[in-house]
Every structure is written in structure tokens, then in C-alpha cells.
Ligand binder design. Structure first.
Ligand SMILES: *Cc1c(COP(=O)(O)O)cnc(C)c1O
Length: 378
């Protein structure tokens, strides 16, 4: 039986040759390849600058670090995200103030943001979840009205556009991530895009132990970190960027095929294909409808050789958030409902039409078995 993992990076000889060249050069970090990667990435997204860092989480942390928050300040963000977006606020001793999500876009529900603003609110950290842009025009209006900063978590959305503009180039610092399951990878890595030279320079300094621009090697101006992206990792990124549009088109085609093959499965809710903005496909998620239960489906798929993952747990119900803030079920019902029902299917470049047919057939087979066995009834 052919088995299908959840994700796989798309690595070719282009990356291998570039990595080999860096290794042979002896210049493994703080070298010319890291700088070339930053310039190439900035021009791909359409910004003046891009500051490479060691992970998306590091990029988010530094963007929040630049806001000079005081302990107890609040930053509005989404509970339906990977935990790092909210954690980056906590690293600076500020408080993530969650606002529930819009059931169609799964991004911050902009109608609920203003209700969450208090005198301690300093910023908004929208997450473009599953590669779909948050409603940035509405968020911009609210931020301007209340004097709030915006930092975008674009870690799942390289290549998506908002009103015709690529995410990352909307005028706010935006963070992308390059873990192996993202639209592009550097194994581990991240980058912050900006048009503001001073933001770029600060991110570079904070990520490099607080060294000043062109300063002596052992002169440290601020309390910095080692959040550098090495030239070895950057070389992988350069190889990936060469095929970026091709990669995005392939991912889009796989998602469209899934959509077609699963359209008639009543027990699964798929992402809304009629939304106006251009999604960049990060994963292929679906949500079980009653009486089908997500965990039962995952188990049944596993025994049929199809990997799946629950996507996404709500951040406020993670053990550490419950303990620290006392959150309980019911706090953000739309997010929690999606967390209870959501799962992701195998999604990576290399899946052919026939593979997608096999996977979809197994999904249907698993559902049929569960319905017949009566196991899924709560
Ligand atoms: C992947 C991801 C991150 C973090 O990126 P890392 O590179 O793994 O640190 C942050 N936010 C979201 C929404 C992500 O999907």
C-alpha cells in the first residue's frame, strides 16, 4: 500500500549545488550569500529590505521587540494560529489579547477588534492564516484611529496577495517562516520584510547580538540575540526562490484538485473557494461535519496509509495559556469550533493527480466505514 506523509519539502539539485558552494567557500555565516538571499527575497515580495533571521518565531519576536512595550501592554491577535504568534508578544512581557475569528476567512474578525481595545492596547498582530490575507484595510483604519502599531504574521502566506499587492509589501513589518512545510524552506529560518531602512537595521542589529552597523566585532549597542540565518541556510533559500512562482502554481493546482475530488463529501467542510483575495496554499485543511468526528477520521486514515494532523488547536486553550490566563472552553467559540473539527491532509509538491485520487478515495472509504460502523456518533 502506498503511504502518504503530511508534508515534504521540494528540494532539487539547485539547492544542493548552492549549499555545496557555500560549504566549499568556507564562509558559512555573516557572508555574501545571506545578503544575496535578503535582496532576492525583498525583490520577490516587492519591498526595499528583508532581514533574514533564524526562524519565523525569531522574526516575530524582534518585530514586537522594536515596539518598546511595557509589562502588561496589550497586543490584539488571533487565537486560531500557530502558538508562536501569541508567544512573541509574551516574550516582551506584553499580553496577547485574543479576538475571535471570522468563520469565512478564519482570520481576525475585524468587527470585534474595537471592543477588545483598552487603554493598554498598543498594537495589532494579524495572522494571515492558511495563506489567506487578513482584512488589512479595516485593520489599518482601526490601528490609525487608536494609534496602534501593526506587525503581520505572514508565516503561512508567501505569495498571497491583498488587493493585488503581495503580502509583506503592505507597509508594515511582515514576518515569513521557512520551516520545511512552508511554501518555501531554508530547513529553519525566517525573514522580516520592510520598506523602512531603520527597521531593517534594527532587526539586523538585534539578530546579531546588538552589534551596530559596521561597528567593531565586539561592540554591542543594545541587548541583542543570536537570531542569525547562516549562509548555508540562505543558500537553500536562494535555490527555492528561483522556483517560487512554479512552486506556488503547483501547490495551487494540488489544492484545486483536492477541492474537485472532495466537493461531494457532505461530511467535510472545505475552505471557501469564493473568497475574493488570492490565497497561497500552505496546507490542505478540511473540517468534519457532525456526526463525523475528526479524531475518528484521523485514526481511520492512518490505518489506510494517509497521514493527517489536527489543524489548528486554539492558542488560548493550550495548557500554558489556560494556566497563565485562566482561559476555558467557550472563550472564542468560532476558533474553538474550527479547532475541534479541523484536520490537514497530505499536501506537498510531487503529489500527482493519481495520488490525490487515491487519497480522496481513502478519505471517502474511511468516512463510509465510520458512518456504517456507527462509531462516529457522539
Ligand atoms: C510557522 C509559523 C510560525 C513560526 O515559524 P517558525 O519558523 O517555525 O518559528 C509563526 N506563525 C505561524 C502562523 C506559522 O505558521
Amino acid at each position: 500500500m502506498k503511504t502518504y506523509p503530511i508534508a515534504k519539502p521540494w528540494i532539487t539539485d539547485a539547492e544542493i549545488k548552492r549549499v555545496e558552494a557555500v560549504l566549499r567557500s568556507g564562509h558559512l555565516s555573516l557572508g555574501p550569500v545571506a545578503t544575496e538571499f535578503e535582496k532576492t527575497f525583498a525583490s520577490y515580495v516587492g519591498t526595499k529590505y528583508a532581514a533574514a533571521v533564524s526562524s519565523g518565531t525569531a522574526g516575530l519576536h524582534l518585530c514586537i521587540r522594536l515596539q518598546n512595550l511595557q509589562e502588561g501592554d496589550e497586543v490584539i491577535t488571533s487565537p486560531y494560529s500557530f502558538v508562536a504568534s501569541a508567544n512573541s508578544i509574551l516574550y516582551e512581557r506584553a499580553i496577547p489579547k485574543f479576538v475571535d475569528i471570522d468563520p469565512r476567512t478564519l482570520n481576525l474578525d475585524v468587527r470585534q477588534i474595537e471592543k477588545a481595545i483598552t487603554p493598554r492596547t498598543k498594537g495589532i498582530l494579524p495572522v494571515h492564516i492558511f495563506g489567506y490575507p487578513a482584512e488589512m484595510d479595516a485593520i489599518r483604519v482601526i490601528a490609525d484611529k487608536h494609534g496602534l502599531f501593526i506587525v503581520e504574521d505572514a508565516c503561512e502566506s508567501l505569495g498571497a496577495t491583498y488587493k493585488g499587492k503581495k503580502l509583506g509589501a503592505l507597509g508594515y513589518p511582515a514576518v515569513f517562516a521557512f520551516y520545511a512545510n512552508k511554501q518555501m524552506t531554508t530547513a529553519e529560518g525566517g525573514i522580516v520584510t520592510t520598506d523602512d531602512e531603520s527597521v531593517y537595521k534594527k532587526i539586523k542589529s538585534f539578530s546579531n547580538q546588538g552589534r551596530g552597523d559596521g561597528d567593531l566585532w565586539l561592540k554591542h549597542e543594545v541587548l541583542g540575540y543570536n537570531y542569525r540565518l547562516s549562509d548555508v541556510h540562505s543558500a537553500i533559500g536562494l535555490g527555492q526562490l528561483e522556483r517560487m512562482d512554479e512552486a506556488l502554481a503547483k501547490r495551487d493546482a494540488i489544492a484545486q484538485t483536492y477541492h474537485r475530488l472532495l466537493a461531494d463529501v457532505q461530511e467535510l467542510e472545505l475552505l471557501d473557494a469564493s473568497l475574493p483575495e488570492k490565497r497561497s496554499w500552505f496546507i490542505y485543511p478540511a473540517w468534519t461535519r457532525k456526526p463525523l468526528q475528526r479524531d475518528a477520521l484521523m485514526q481511520a486514515l492512518n490505518s489506510l496509509g494517509v497521514a493527517s494532523r489536527p489543524y489548528l488547536p486554539s492558542i488560548h486553550l493550550q495548557p500554558f495559556y489556560r494556566q497563565r490566563f485562566g482561559y476555558q472552553e467557550g472563550a472564542f467559540p468560532v476558533s474553538e469550533d474550527r479547532s475541534d473539527r479541523g484536520l490537514a491532509f497530505p499536501f506537498y509538491i510531487g503529489l500527482q493527480e493519481e495520488d490525490l485520487k487515491i487519497i480522496s478515495d481513502r478519505i471517502k472509504e474511511a468516512i463510509a466505514k465510520l458512518l456504517k460502523g456507527g462509531k462516529i456518533y457522539a
